[in-house]
Write a protein that binds this ligand. Structure first.
Ligand code: HPA
Length: 245
């Protein structure tokens, strides 16, 4: 493999200087969630980015230096930020914390889903031009630690395949061929295929954990308050994992 050249920082998208971002970073889609996590859980948080309002912070949690930054929505946005974090800033452990829609009846709103693998309708992974289909998977050590933390906190969780879709407003979940839920895919979100691709390419470790905000099966949705509570539970699971790395 070609030697990865050292990339210059700051980048057009992240204003941090070298060394300002920790090796372990939590990645919510919403930058205001990054701000909330930094202000709620970190001691001595320092903001390292506000370019495009994609807020990023580094602080300390249970003695461990951890960063948090928003990624925006979709594989294109996650693709840019995670690539730069891994290849420009040297991030080694990237934990996405997001929301998703349930695709199967056994997954309910407020449940936690760990993305052991990521299927996708996005073209992101194909653009690496591999000579076949690459299996986009989570790092096993992060996944194992996530499951242990969820069990310790008595949360309802599922582990399996998720779908990173490029389309939120899908007018026609596939009517021809086999659908992803028929293949056991648990939930739909929009970013993990890019995260898992970039982690594989850059030799980093990645995990997606998702709280279910709505169900495509039952039409059930969470209230804003329920969403916040289940999201906060998930933040704590992610911080449990991050603090052991
Ligand atoms: N589709 C895609 N992403 C999502 C959804 C959904 O239904 N719910 C939460 N994130």
């Amino acid at each position: 493999m070609a030697e990865m050249e050292k990339k210059p920082v700051p980048t057009p998208h992240i204003a941090a200087r070298e060394g300002e971002i920790a090796e372990t970073i939590l990645l919510p889609g919403d930058p205001l969630r990054a701000k909330f996590i930094a202000e709620t859980f970190f001691s001595d948080p320092k903001q390292f980015n506000s370019t495009r309002n994609m807020f990023g912070y580094t602080g300390t949690y249970q003695g461990k230096r951890i960063s948090v930054m928003g990624t925006g929505m979709g594989c294109a946005s996650m693709g840019i930020y995670s690539y730069e974090l891994i290849n420009f800033y040297g991030c080694k452990n990237l934990i996405r914390i997001g929301t998703a829609g349930a695709m199967v009846p056994e997954v309910h709103v407020r449940d936690l889903v760990f993305g052991m693998g990521a299927c996708s309708t996005s073209n992101y992974a194909r653009l690496f031009n591999l000579p076949g289909d690459y299996s986009l998977i989570a790092n096993f050590d992060l996944l194992r630690k996530g499951v242990e933390a969820a069990e310790k906190r008595n949360l309802t969780y599922h582990v399996g395949n998720i779908l990173s879709s490029d389309m939120f407003y899908n007018p026609d979940m596939p009517k021809t061929g086999v659908s992803f839920d028929r293949m056991g895919v648990l939930a739909v979100e929009m970013e993990s295929a890019a995260l898992y691709s970039n982690a594989a390419y850059g030799g980093a470790r990645a995990l997606t954990m998702l709280t279910i905000s709505d169900s495509l099966v039952t039409g059930e949705a969470t209230s804003a308050e329920e969403r916040q509570t289940s999201f906060t539970d998930m933040m704590e699971v992610a911080l449990d994992v991050a603090s052991t790395l």
